[in-house]
Design a binder for this molecule. Structure first.
Ligand code: HAM
Length: 426
């Protein structure tokens, strides 16, 4: 038997209702922030991720689904969304649009070759937001507020907003030197990856999964102690704005994020929900002022974040996924009734009723089971005597009342019943 590849899952109808509800909620929040959808390709030139996410990151080094296409070009299934959006922003000259600030969102599958566990898959889904065009701490904060609003709206509790600053280019250079001096004496105790990172990108040592409990990690120097005046002013403004908006956050100097394009503000939304296991980071993001320039565009600023939707689903629990059910289930009894049932169903669908019918010629009892399973408001029973009289029996599943209704009057009858039911509820 062929099974789904390790680290992938099928989202079955039972679950997909919940997914649709989550996606709708996300879309609605985006519309409140005037964030527009962008859809970029699922695969890109490998080089895009190497140049943006960074050659020394785990994502690029170990986790990419890379393949040669028929012409031998190296392609990669996107491991994240920021790189594709940045490429598209440059390629489609979105920076030249009259509206200088571009606020974009995306939702869709991402691919990372990781060890699967609760909230960690090889094909997973992200909702991400990118705000491009100007460098303003107000946009850093808008991203964080949006992210917090999302988890609040979903009723997800016990989350913390962690914030840190990596500073600008000069701050990072200063920090890099201090960091190298710090790790140098214990270098031979660190894993071979970290020994390479020391030479290529020492910041990456800080998110090493192998060496994370080595004492040299705990007392490592902190990025926020090496910010230039400009970088510090940016970060202070971000914190002041969060205070003004009464958003709770913790400054977490150990937060460096796993992707290379960040500078200035970085943040994560972390949950203490035990069901998430090691996947407690629901979402994260930050500012990436150098990225557009690095990819060959006119230098321009950006900030954004992404949430893992599988992790959101786990944290939401049973909150979403209510089923509205069908309006009508049509029940033909006997072969002769089926042709008419098909016509009635077509007519009802055309009139805006969610409708299904039995094609299996089951007994009345069997068909009523489907009425219940689909949570249909009405059952339309069509037996031989109804066929002869050109009527149907309409059973209101809420009141259990049954009436004989002329074929020509079905829509009007159902509309009246629904209106009466709603009136009854008030
Ligand atoms: P990231 O931290 O790599 O950031 O991923 C964001 C979120 O995606 C994580 O917090 C997590 O919830 C989810 N995620 C990541 N890997 C997996 C996985 N294997 N299985 C399930 N969920 C996963 C980014 O991707 C950046 N592009 C975010 C960003 C946007 N920064 C600026 N703009």
């Amino acid at each position: 038997m062929i099974k789904a590849p390790r680290g992938t899952v099928d989202i079955l109808p039972e679950q997909s209702k919940k997914w649709q509800e989550l996606e709708q909620l996300i879309r609605s929040i985006c519309s409140y922030y005037n964030v527009q959808e962008i859809r970029t390709p699922i695969f890109e030139h490998t080089e895009l991720f190497v140049r943006s996410v960074g050659e020394t990151t785990d994502v690029v080094n170990k986790e990419m689904y890379t393949f040669a296409d028929k012409k031998g070009r190296s392609m990669t299934l996107r491991p994240e969304g920021t790189a594709g959006v940045a490429r598209s922003y440059i390629e489609n000259k979105l920076y030249a649009l009259p509206e200088k600030v571009q606020k974009l969102f995306y939702m869709g599958p991402m691919f990372r070759y990781e060890r699967p566990q609760s909230g960690r898959q090889r094909q997973f889904h992200q909702f991400g937001v990118e705000m491009l065009g100007i460098e303003s701490p107000y946009l850093d904060v808008e991203c964080m507020v949006m992210a917090i609003t999302l988890v609040d709206t979903l009723g997800i509790q016990n989350v913390k907003l962690h914030v840190n600053s990596l500073g600008d280019e000069q701050s990072r250079q200063n920090y890099k030197e201090v960091l190298m001096a710090h790790f140098e004496p214990s270098l031979n105790e660190l894993c071979s990856d970290c020994q390479n990172r020391y030479a290529t990108n020492p910041l990456r040592i800080l998110d090493c999964k192998v060496d994370k409990s080595h004492p040299v990690m705990a007392n490592a120097p902190r990025t926020i102690d090496y910010l230039t005046d400009g970088a510090k002013a940016h970060f202070d403004k971000v914190c002041a704005l969060l205070d003004d908006l009464e958003i709770e956050y913790v400054v977490d100097p150990s937060l460096v994020r796993g992707l290379d394009y960040y500078n200035h503000t970085v943040f994560e939304i972390i949950s203490d929900d035990p069901r998430l296991g090691n996947g407690a980071t629901l979402g994260g993001g930050g500012r990436y002022n150098g990225l557009i320039g690095e990819l060959g565009g006119q230098d321009s600023a950006g900030v954004g974040f992404a949430f893992g939707l599988e992790r959101m689903m786990i944290a939401i629990g049973d909150e979403l996924g209510d089923d509205d059910g069908l309006d009508v289930y049509v029940m033909p009894l006997g072969e002769a009734a089926l042709d008419l049932a098909v016509q009635i169903a077509a007519m009802l669908r055309a009139n805006g009723f969610k409708t299904d019918l039995d094609y299996q010629q089951r007994s009345m009892k069997g068909q009523f089971k489907s009425v219940d399973r689909f949570n249909a408001k009405f059952a339309l029973i069509l037996g031989e005597s109804e066929l002869a009289k050109e009527v149907v029996i309409v059973k209101n599943n809420a009141t259990k009342q049954q009436s004989e209704v002329d074929l020509g009057d079905i829509v009007k009858y159902l509309e009246n019943e629904i209106a009466a039911g709603e009136h009854h509820h008030e």
